[in-house]
Ligand binder design. Structure first.
Ligand code: IPE
Length: 259
């Protein structure tokens, strides 16, 4: 089984509110179908979540009444994005079923507190493709906060021990520096957790309440510590995702798990 994260910056335009990249999503869905692997799909919120979450400071917990409105609005938007993702998967004959974090998971100070892994197991057993996503959730100490797709990937991979975890991002992989700023940045085709520790990648500069690339590197480190291989691949070149899923060589970053 493979756990897949479709990054918010791949399936949405992160700079423009509520813009879904239908064509990109459809091509990714086609390639997921073609690879014919059992998967759990997690997707990010992109411009359906981050802009509102930042405006209402939802990741800082419940501090003022107005945030309730923000929570509700964000929840509706990420759910709408989830429907668009589901539709695209279904159009490509992937029998996707949504598992919403806001109604099935709780956090405790940003860490996973309650998560129903059995429900994922049951759907997988029946050959469904479970789809979950970055969402607003209840938090035991903070009142509420944000459950990022990366946190979901982290706990799901710890529980399911997939053959690999794939992050579909909007760059070719992990670079030696931020490729959006530094022209000399080189792609790290293969790397280890130890090498990642020394990396100087800066977080993206658009509204990202869950840590951008720097946060992702922290997540990958945690996955690799469970000796699971993690691959980062460019979602704007969907054939590369196919190759990664079936185990063929392509342009990507492979982070080997720690033994
Ligand atoms: C964020 O999810 C969820 C909300 C802002 C509500 P992610 O952190 O997984 O989203 P992306 O991939 O960065 O867009």
């Amino acid at each position: 089984m493979i756990i897949l994260k479709l990054g918010g910056s791949v399936i949405t335009d992160k700079t423009k509110e509520y813009t879904f990249k239908t064509e990109t999503m459809d091509k990714l869905a086609q390639n997921i179908k073609k690879a014919n692997k059992q998967t759990i799909i997690v997707h990010g919120a992109g411009s359906f979540g981050h802009i509102l979450a930042k405006k209402y400071e939802l990741n800082q917990g419940y501090k003022r009444l107005e945030q309730i409105k923000g929570f509700s609005l964000t929840h509706e938007k990420v759910q709408a994005l989830n429907s668009l993702v589901l539709k695209s998967l279904q159009n490509n004959d992937i029998h996707a079923v949504s598992i919403s974090p806001h109604s099935s998971m709780t956090l405790n100070n940003h860490e996973m507190q309650k998560m129903d892994y059995k429900i994922f197991e049951e759907y997988l057993k029946k050959n469904f493709t479970p789809v979950t996503f970055g969402d607003v959730v209840l938090d035991k100490t903070l009142g509420f906060s944000i459950c990022s797709g990366d946190l979901l990937i982290e706990v799901l991979s710890k529980y399911f021990k997939p053959e690999k975890v794939v992050f579909v991002i909007d760059e070719d992989g992990i670079y030696t520096a931020n490729p959006k700023i530094d022209k000399k940045a080189k792609l790290n085709k293969e790397t280890t957790v130890k090498e990642l520790e020394t990396l100087t990648t800066t977080a993206d500069n658009h509204a990202d309440v869950t840590g951008g690339m720097a946060g992702k590197i922290q997540t990958i480190k945690k996955i690799a510590k469970n000796s699971i291989e993690t691959i980062l691949v460019n979602g704007n070149k969907p054939d590369r995702l196919y190759k990664v899923l079936v185990g063929e060589k392509t342009i990507s970053t492979i982070v080997t798990g720690e033994k």
